[in-house]
Each structure stands twice: as structure tokens, then as C-alpha cells.
Write a protein that binds this ligand. Sequence first.
Ligand SMILES: Nc1nc2c(ncn2[C@@H]2O[C@H](COP(=O)(O)OP(=O)(O)O)[C@@H](O)[C@H]2O)c(=O)[nH]1
Ligand SMILES: [Mg+2]
Length: 295
Amino acid sequence: MTAFRERLKSFFGIQGQVKDEFFEDLSDLLVEGDFGAAEAFNTVEILRARCKKDRVSDPEGVRRELAVLLEEQLLGVNTGAAPDGFTPGPEKLTVILLLGVNGVGKTTTAAKLANRFRERNRPILAAADTFRAAAIDQLKIHGERLGIRVVAHKHGGDPAAVVYDAVEAALSGGGDLIIADTAGRMHTKAALVEELKKIDRVVELKASPCRYIKWLVLDATTGRNALAQAEIFHEAVTLDGVLLTKFDSTARGGVVFSLAQTLKLPVVYVCDGEKYDDIRLFDPQDYVREFAGLV
Ligand SMILES: Nc1nc2c(ncn2[C@@H]2O[C@H](COP(=O)(O)OP(=O)(O)O)[C@@H](O)[C@H]2O)c(=O)[nH]1
Ligand SMILES: [Mg+2]
């Protein structure tokens, strides 16, 4: 359990009746847990009103009300957002684009997803991060270990061309799911948008009708910075969801509520380690119970 969770747990562990400053302290604590100031304030105001209405005045009762409230916030945007494999429908293919800044865990997560989805699908990994030579090799190594096909070009090549070849490989019988690792460079938003527009065009022309998904990978340990990244990417390319990585480390986790409240973005998976199995579907109820120290 992280130090933050310990704090939250002991905060609710005190005896006696809650007063106004209890709610103020709670608001500060949520901010420490990576809630934004505005989201923490709003959440605590609603909580205070509910506790008054329901005549809840003990810390344990407030904690339970908080859990209900947080769960509602997540359930509002997380309903049915998390698939675990794709059943073939009218679409020939599913194309998943993994976006995100350097080092958040895109390549690792691409391998984890491919490994996980192969129970229901025939995945192909596309090395569309052609910007870093190491990324291509890294993905190839995962592919070899897992026995999953990797479509790759040379370092410096065109990412859209890699996706093109991956789609071709899939449509000629090699698979039904493409997981594309991208460079997701953010140094200029215009460059990112341009690169992705080209990939969009390839997917639309070549793979259609397909299920086309854009997931942003965020490092949970970066706290509020993760939200800033999500804002930029979402505005640039309209995301379908978020994957949180490195939840095994010091992540406090409040950013998930900001993603839901301010961007209406669901979290689909949480990764908590470097092994292939260290990925699980995001479960709003479990997440809140963990966050609020109820487990
Ligand atoms: N502890 C931990 N490390 C992770 C996790 N996901 C990725 N990593 C590590 O983070 C580092 C960067 O990952 P990588 O996939 O190369 O990131 P990329 O630059 O976004 O492709 C590597 O050392 C990974 O092993 C996770 O869930 N937990
Ligand atoms: Mg990478």
C-alpha cells in the first residue's frame, strides 16, 4: 500500500464526529492523491451535502459515502468501455493504436495486450514507433518470446506504411487484431496530428470497415502530469480510453477521477508490473475500494 493510501486510511480511522475542517482536510488529502483542486473541491462539496442529508457524521460513514460518490463518477464514463478481446462482427479487423509520450510503457503494454487478446483474437504487433531504433527491436523481442507476429520497417521509416503492411498481413489471413506501437511524439502537436492523420487515412482506406481504437498510455506515477498529457492527446486526436501503467510503484491514483470528470475518458486497463501478466481490466468498484482504503 502506498503512503498516500495509508494516510487516507488513517484519516478515516479517527474517532468522533466529523466537523467542517474534516471535509477541508479531506479536500487537501484528495489533492495530494492527484485529484485536481477543482475536482477535489467539487467532490467534497457534494459529499458534504450528501452526508448532511443522510445524517452521516462518523468518519467511517463519510468514507462509505465517498466511495459511492467516486464510484458514480467513474461508472458514468466507464460503462462497457473495457473489452477483453474482440468478437468478430461486421468489421473485418480491430486496429488499436497505442499513443503516449516516451517511457510511459507503450511497447511493453502492446506486448501485454497482444498476449492477453490472443485467447480471443489473432493479434499482429505493428512497430509504428519508427522514431526510436530500440523500440522496433524491443517489440520484435516480445514478438519472438510470445510467438506473435511483428510487422516492422526500418528505423526512420514511415509509421503509416508500417500500419499499411500490418493491415495487409491481417487481411491476407494473418490475423484479426492489430496493435500498433507508436512514437506519439509530442514536441509539436501539429507533428503528432499529422503523423496520426496519415495513419487514420491508411486505416480508413485499407482496413475499413474496422473497429479503430485509440488508447493513450499514461504512467500513473506522473500524477497530474498524466492528466496534462491526456488533455493534449485528447484534443489532438480524440481518444477512446486510457491505459494506466506502473501502478505497482508509488502511484496515488486520483488522476483517474480527473480523467473521468474533466475529460470523460474511461480507463480500460491498469498495468502493475513488467511481466506479461501484469495487466488487468480496470474495475471501477475495485479501484474505488482500493483508493478509499476500503480493502
Ligand atoms: N514497474 C512497471 N514498469 C513498467 C510497467 N510498464 C512498463 N514498464 C517499464 O517502463 C519502461 C518503459 O517502458 P516502454 O514500454 O519501453 O515505454 P515506451 O517508451 O512508452 O514504449 C520499461 O523499463 C518497462 O519495463 C508497469 O506497469 N510497471
Ligand atoms: Mg516504446
